[in-house]
Design a protein around this ligand. Sequence first.
Ligand code: NAD
Ligand code: TYD
Length: 332
Amino acid sequence: MHYLITGGAGFIGSSLADHLLARYDDARVTVLDKLTYAGTRENLQSAEATGRLTFVEGDVCAEQTAREACEGADIVIHAAAESHVDRSILSGQEAARTNFLGTFTMLEAARQAEVGKFLFLSTDEVYGAKTEGSFNEESPLNPRNPYSAAKAGADRMAHAYFVTYGMPVIITRPSNNYGPRQFPEKLVPLFVYKALRDEALPVYGDGRQRRDWLHVEDHCRAMDLILREGEAGEAYNIPGDNERRNLQTIQIILDELGKSESLIRHVEDRPGHDVRYPLDGVKIAGLGWDALVPWEDGLRETVRWYVDNQDWVERAIKRGEDFHNQWYAGRK
Ligand code: NAD
Ligand code: TYD
């Protein structure tokens, strides 16, 4: 089986490459990635060591690149995106381009190449915020920031390719991922980095917002299952069933590092901050799926990965420095 993973040099895409190559001896993986600040070939070292990974540097918005990458692929997993909400708030241009136009370009290329399956990695954030109850796959989409709005447009474009052309498209909507190799702009790796240096941890608003945490390995298992058992034209939520307030998550990080909660600093909130987006997991449970990684163990192990891989983190921090300085300078 030949998989094409776009965005495969990033956090989730590289984990999926590792997962597929380890699980299936006959799997071959091609990664198409532009290597933005968020992507690095370092993330593919173990995958490349199998000899069954091909890396293509290129932009998912470029038609010819997309067409060439799809040739010969049995399954496309489209994970490439500008994935950070805060960056999209500062400037939505790259999110609009990559997340929407890039998805359209990949869908069209995959249609022409007649690929056997196209998995679009959407997000729980397309539903918008909800204080009570949960979202199922039929809930209306109500994205509230440029990142999630562009993802929601792409999510519906992917669905349109199924309805209009009968293309075998499957949409997944996972919750917040955590695990090794996440870019240190997201909550968990950024706060580990800062806490290790005794720097203040910039908690947006009161820190009582909730996120449902999904370990990236559980996420990869879920995508693998959906590729095998899921139905074309359907969307699948992938919850982690670990909903925690941000402050609770931060307390575990500090505890694992032996650092004091006095590092917590409440700063100006993210505009349009989604307080919570809980997912109903009945549909994926029907495929026989359950998350395996226990939350607190998984988080503590993740924290230790960042402690043990500080060179990796430092290189990433440098690539993200301009954004970091601009965004946090304004949040007192
Ligand atoms: P990431 O930022 O770590 O990686 C994104 C990758 O896409 C990078 O390697 C980057 O170089 C590449 N990329 C960006 N623009 C590109 C372009 N124009 N052409 C080709 N490659 C490009 O992101 P991630 O956290 O691994 O997220 C992967 C996918 O999962 C995204 O689609 C994201 O929306 C979705 N998602 C992520 C989470 C999460 O918690 N991280 C949750 C739900 C959904
Ligand atoms: P993040 O990791 O950016 O993921 P998402 O916005 O996609 O959920 O943020 C997770 C939560 O942590 C979210 O509620 C925002 C909050 N947060 C902070 O309070 N401070 C920060 O510096 C960051 C990056 C996030």
